[in-house]
Design a protein around this ligand. Structure first.
Ligand code: KIV
Length: 258
């Protein structure tokens, strides 16, 4: 089982950290046996699995349900569970309790929170309760209404946020949609690993939403590389099945029982 010290060691030794999101048991098993370092049950769950318009409606119980499924599929990767909107930031005790549920009931090894300097007290309280925390700065989708859209985040304040999260005890930080040179400066300014998404090649690791990179998502941001056209493959397969059933070719006698 991959540990947090091993993830830190990867940065120390200059080895890239590879992460993907995942939401179900079978896919988790595939990612794990392929050798992924970190699996995140992201609140992107809301958009790519549950069909919500954004991540805001996702609940702690929905994340918990999917974290349990993913846990059952993993033998090696480090499992991170995302804290959804309103499950933290409102009250520190509730935040720690909700984070604890993802560890205790969900089987995650650590949790992820969005935000900078303003949430260091919450992060410290989680870490004091032995809950390891991954930070997330830059474009933070839970603040979509405040930010006004899914935009590149150019404000240099993220450097201060990254340092504050490191100081608070985060073991790594996701950098989302931060310009390449700014993400490089953050990565060089802190000792803990940065995991980039849309933040260029100089981060210590990379993460993508699995549904995006395997081609299940229709409209993709520029930073996603589509490794497979899964939607097309599935559609082709379903059409073959429909055709086979309609023309009486499936099932054949030998595909049944005597
Ligand atoms: O919810 C999510 O999938 C995430 C990743 C994009 C980092 O937060």
């Amino acid at each position: 089982m991959k540990t947090i010290p091993e993830i830190q060691k990867m940065k120390d030794e200059g080895k890239k950290i590879v992460a993907l999101t995942c939401y179900d048991f079978q896919t988790a098993g595939i990612l794990d046996s392929a050798g992924i370092d970190i699996i995140l049950v992201g609140d992107s769950l809301g958009m790519v699995v549950l069909g919500y318009e954004n991540t805001l409606p996702v609940t702690i119980d929905e994340i918990l349900h999917h974290t349990k499924a993913v846990r059952r599929g993993i033998k090696n990767a480090l499992l991170v569970a995302d804290m959804p909107f309103l499950s933290y930031k409102v009250d520190i005790k509730d935040s720690v309790y909700n984070a604890g549920r993802l560890i205790k009931e969900g089987g995650a090894s650590c949790i992820k929170v969005e935000g900078g300097k303003e949430i260091v007290d919450t992060i410290k309280a989680m870490i004091d309760t032995d809950i390891p925390v991954m930070g997330h700065i830059g474009l933070t989708p839970q603040a979509i209404h405040k930010i006004g859209g899914y935009k590149v985040q150019r404000d240099e304040k993220v450097i201060g946020d990254a340092k504050a999260l490191e100081e608070a005890g985060c073991f790594s930080i996701v950098l989302e949609c931060i310009p390449v040179s700014l993400a490089k400066r953050i990565t060089e300014a802190i000792k803990i690993p940065t995991i980039g998404i849309g933040s260029g090649p100089y981060c210590d690791g990379q993460i993508l939403v699995i549904n995006d990179m395997i081609g299940l998502t229709e409209k993709l941001p520029k930073f996603v590389r589509k490794y497979l056209n899964m939607k097309e493959e599935i559609e082709k397969t379903i059409r073959m099945f429909i055709n086979d059933v309609q023309k009486g070719d499936f099932p054949k006698k030998e595909e049944g029982y005597e």
